[in-house]
Design a protein around this ligand. Structure first.
Ligand code: PLP
Length: 366
């Protein structure tokens, strides 16, 4: 008795993908990235499903971390962008959050904070992505400053992030590793500390074993889709976690020459049967999906025709034997990779998953 538009989330597949990430980097600690509502899958449920084996979780902000705490997640939570204001340092210390320290302002906020217990920190190093992190020549100084204050809990993890690890033919990843190794060697020389390290995102975990270090940070792969545009041995073992589903709510015959939908951007070149499905850009189905984007109706690929509306799409089902109101539709899932839909839309699966709004109920199975 409600709208049939749902995201069905297979927690067994999620756990299998996490186990794959762990098995590829034996001896490392593997931290699930659950930012942006766990890439649209539901941050609380995903974190609960992985909480038996996850040593920590990664999020984008202190607000996301507090949601997990309130939901009863006990592990440390890594704030990938660190603090946005000085007052967050005390909240992080009190809640066992780990702060990325990406610049001098964040470092100084920690050094100058009056906090009752030390806060855990990871030091971000810019090895080539040029978005966040200390420049390599500044990093040892920053490491020393953070080592020499009682405000910081030891050990400090040195971390960096790859710009191009999803490109299997690029030399950028190896260049970043060389810079990272030089930088962490200098920290070790300056302190005699054994430096704990973190590099890997999904692509690096799957395809770049030389990048594997003490802490891994998989995101996208946990949700069962490949970060690569081509096949890759380990990525081929991933199991898609989300199935975005809806149903047919209307069927009509139109004559050759008639158009469908806003802007009339598709015109039938034969007498056609059009099924209307109750899912649209208000549910995260991308408006830029062009005519011909595949939609599974009763398990058969049919082409999207006409513009995506806020709450509906239209599909050409002329070639299907039998279609009825109420028939099941899959927009993406194990049978139709979200990456394939993303390719039609000039984006990546990450964006399509992360943009699914709260009005789409998430239904958890397994
Ligand atoms: C989001 C994020 C990750 C995970 O990246 P995936 O490509 O989804 O595996 C890892 N590290 C950092 C710093 C991130 O922001």
């Amino acid at each position: 008795m409600s709208r049939p538009t749902l995201a069905v989330i297979d927690l067994k597949a999620l756990r299998a993908n996490f186990a794959l990430a762990q098995s590829l980097t034996p001896g490392a600690s593997t931290i699930p990235m659950v930012k942006a509502n766990a890439y649209g899958h539901g941050m609380i449920e995903v974190s609960r499903a992985l909480s038996e084996s996850a040593p920590a979780f990664g999020v984008a902000s202190i607000d996301e971390a507090l949601v997990l705490r309130e939901a009863g997640i006990k592990q440390p939570i890594l704030l990938l962008e660190g603090t946005f204001s000085c007052d967050e340092v005390g909240v992080a210390a009190d809640n066992n959050f780990i702060l990325m320290v990406e610049n001098s302002a964040q470092k100084d906020a920690i050094l100058n904070a009056s906090i009752s217990r030390p806060v855990s920190v990871w030091l971000g190093i810019d090895t080539g992505m040029h978005r966040l992190g200390f420049e390599p020549h500044e990093a040892t100084q920053a490491y020393l400053a953070l080592s020499n204050t009682d405000n910081v809990a030891k050990p400090i993890v040195a971390a960096s992030h790859f710009a191009c690890a999803d490109d299997l033919g690029s030399s950028a990843t190896e260049r970043q590793v060389v810079i990272f190794d030089q930088c962490t060697a200098s920290m070790a020389d300056a302190t005699n500390d054994v430096i704990a390290k973190s590099l890997g995102n999904s692509a690096a975990i799957l395809a770049w074993p030389k990048t594997h270090r003490d802490w891994q940070r998989p995101g996208y792969m946990l949700y069962g889709n490949s970060p690569f545009s081509e096949g890759q041995e380990n990525a081929n073992k991933l199991q898609p976690v989300m199935s975005l589903q809806s149903a047919v709510i209307s069927i009509r015959r139109i004559a050759s020459g008639e158009s469908v939908g806003y802007t009339a951007n598709w015109t039938a070149d034969r007498n056609s049967i059009i099924a209307t499905i109750t899912v649209g850009y208000g549910d995260g189905y991308p408006r830029q999906a062009p005519n011909g984007t595949p939609v599974l109706v009763n398990g058969v690929r049919c082409p999207l025709v006409g513009r995506v509306s806020m709450d509906m799409i239209t599909v050409d089902v002329t070639d299907l034997d039998l279609v009825s109101i109420g028939d099941k539709v899959i927009l993406w899932g194990p049978e139709l990779p979200v990456n394939e839909i993303a390719e039609h839309c000039n984006t990546i699966g990450y964006e399509l998953l992360a943009r699914i709004p709260s009005r789409v109920p998430r239904i958890y199975s397994n």
